[in-house]
Design a binder for this molecule. Structure first.
Ligand SMILES: NC(=[NH2+])NCCC[C@H](N)C(=O)O
Ligand SMILES: [Mn+2]
Ligand SMILES: [Mn+2]
Length: 312
């Protein structure tokens, strides 16, 4: 993530057009919308080389074999479809890192992070920063919706039934190395899970009080301490709906356009110094709900800020 591309590895874009985790509502069109929103140009302007691996194959649920294992686990909708996609995504991400490239995964709903993080954590202990309005820490037992995007982080951490699923649980991601930034919408049963966890949770109130830079610097400390590198997971509903209307689960009171850029620049500056970021995903862009592709364009811009784009 060097500002002028001196030390930044080539970025490999991996589209994952999956909407199963959001109960199939259009977020599968995110990868095309983000590309159309100017991702390659934005990266080029940041001085970052990129290659596009195209999109992972995501079968339509109607085509699944009716004799295969049951589609869901308890209340978790489309869990088998998500397992199939995330297992292949994990291989892609791990292979990309092996090739010395930097995986940038375009979602898709937030359950793609299960695949990205499992791939990134295959040969390394991995910290993470979760930029999101939501904690995504439900399990099939606690989820009010049954939507796996609200369980993505719980899956990676092996909580509840996910502890039995090798494709979901990444033991090389320790809870104490995960930091949330920007939380503001947590379900009743999820609140205790977050409070009792070993994760560090920076809410919107923390950002109000301390400013985005101090909070992101602390989050970087949490995620880099005792790990080989970090995963950056960017859910576009982290931003205020004024800036990012094209998401399935918008929540008022999010970060502004400027705060978002500033946060990712802070990540990028740290990466310039210490080469800490291993992988990133940009998720939850829903073109059906967007206004003239604004949210997808913003996703492209924010990715390039993360990779070193500067104003001057
Ligand atoms: N990645 C997301 N947008 N997650 C939204 C989750 C919403 C809610 N907490 C749920 O479990 O259904
Ligand atoms: Mn999320
Ligand atoms: Mn969210």
């Amino acid at each position: 993530m060097a500002s002028n591309g001196e030390t930044m590895a080539t970025v490999r874009i991996i589209g994952t057009p999956m909407d199963y985790g959001a109960n199939r509502r259009g977020v599968d069109m995110g990868p095309s919308a983000i590309r159309y929103g100017g991702l390659a140009d934005e990266l080029e302007r940041a001085g970052v080389e990129s290659v596009d691996a195209g999109d992972l194959f995501v079968p339509r649920a109607e085509e699944r074999d009716p004799d295969a294992t049951p589609p869901s686990e308890g209340n978790a909708k489309f869990l088998r479809e998500i397992e199939d996609v995330c297992s292949r995504l994990a291989d892609e991400v791990a292979g990309t890192i092996d090739d010395g490239l930097f995986p940038l995964v375009l979602g898709g709903d937030h359950s793609v992070a299960i695949g990205s993080m499992n791939g990134s954590a295959r040969d390394a202990t991995l910290g993470a920063i979760w930029f999101d309005a939501h904690a995504d820490l439900n399990t099939p037992r606690t989820s009010p919706s049954g939507n796996v995007h609200g369980m993505a982080l719980a899956a990676v951490l092996g909580r509840g039934v996910f502890g039995d699923f090798e494709w979901a649980h990444a033991p090389a991601v320790r809870e104490s190395s995960v930091a949330y930034v920007g939380l503001r919408s947590i379900d009743d049963r999820e609140r205790a899970l977050v409070r009792d966890s070993e994760m560090t949770a920076f809410t919107m109130s923390d950002i109000d009080e301390r400013g985005i830079t101090a909070v992101v610097e602390d989050a970087l400390e949490v995620a880099t301490t005792g790990t080989d590198g970090i995963h950056v997971s960017l859910d576009l509903d982290w931003l205020d709906p004024n800036a990012a209307p094209g998401v399935g689960t918008p929540v008022r009171g999010g970060v502004t356009y400027r705060e978002a850029h500033s946060a990712l620049e802070t990540v990028s500056k740290r990466h310039d110094r210490d080469n800490v970021v291993r992988s990133m995903d940009v998720v939850e862009v829903n073109p059906i709900l967007d206004e003239a592709n604004e949210t997808a364009g913003l996703a492209a811009e924010l990715a390039s800020s993360a990779f070193g784009k500067r104003i001057l």
